[in-house]
Design a protein around this ligand. Structure first.
Ligand code: GLP
Length: 264
């Protein structure tokens, strides 16, 4: 696992955007095959998406040959609801880039048969060739996508029940009332994320410090589903000084030293 530590969230977001664009461009230089990208929601990726939009407009990267699959969606929230992940993605990314609408995939939280919807999603990911890169965030309790604590690290796309903690954290988007936050979601599984050739996780701010400590220094455990990244051959956490505040000093120095040595 690599941990890229930047001074603040803005610097981390720029790093991530440039990294993702670089990977899209690198694949485009050698093959006409599409780049398959996993995407996340939440407040964390907004600046990364803003930089990707700027890069598309500046001609520095194109999403014309990108196929994307989002991580998750609330169950029962209309797609047009301002807090649906459909709305979020269009507002903060898709409406401003050149990705083809038919290449955008987001789980349908209103599907008549949610189990079939989840199975079809896994099938579509496989048919697209699997993920080149999955971009994710992390919840305060260490969850990745909506894989709450004690989700199997072998989990695949499925219906999940959200914890009270997650609903309370996300209540800020629903007028502060956790009762308005849907009780269930559809989410890719931990194993779905880890099936990507590469996983990049964004984590900024002191509220993520405990989750990063568990994920990076703690044991591999379904208690902190992000810890599954420890088994991935190409996992990177992009964070800021605040979010690594609970790491051991020696861990912090190790990651800084590795990055310094690799960029010299
Ligand atoms: C939700 C999403 C996660 C996201 C998390 C953190 O739970 N399902 O994918 O990582 O929120 O959100 P934020 O970036 O707002 O802290």
């Amino acid at each position: 696992m690599k941990v890229i530590i930047r001074n603040n969230a803005s610097e981390g977001s720029l790093w991530a955007a440039h990294y993702i664009a670089g990977q899209i461009n690198a694949k485009a230089a050698v093959t006409a095959e599409p780049f398959v990208l996993g995407l996340c929601t939440g407040s964390t990726p907004i600046e990364t998406y803003a930089e990707l939009i700027r890069m598309v407009k500046a001609g520095e990267v194109s999403f014309r040959n990108v196929i994307s699959f989002n991580m998750d969606e609330y169950v029962g929230l209309p797609e047009s609801h301002p807090e649906s992940y459909h709305s979020f993605m269009h507002k903060y990314l898709f409406d401003h880039i050149d990705e083809k609408p038919e290449n955008i995939h987001i789980l349908d939280g209103n599907a008549a048969d949610p189990v079939a919807e989840c199975a079809a999603y896994e099938k579509a990911i496989a048919e697209a060739g699997g993920f080149d890169l999955f971009l994710g965030g992390v919840g305060e309790d260490g969850h990745i996508a909506f894989n709450e604590p004690f989700s199997s690290l072998e989990s695949r796309t499925r219906v999940v029940t959200l914890t009270r903690d997650t609903r309370e954290v996300n209540a800020r988007f629903f007028g502060g009332d956790y009762n308005k936050v849907p009780r269930q979601a559809l989410t890719v599984g931990v194993a779905t994320v880890l099936s990507a050739k590469e996983v990049v996780i964004l984590a900024f701010g002191s509220k993520k410090a405990a989750a990063l400590k568990d994920a990076i220094e703690g044991p591999l455990s379904h208690y902190c589903t992000l810890s599954g990244l420890q088994t991935h051959p190409a996992g990177t956490i992009v964070c800021d000084e605040l979010s690594v505040g609970e790491l051991k000093v020696n861990s912090y120095r190790y990651f800084k030293a590795v990055e310094e040595a690799e960029t010299k």
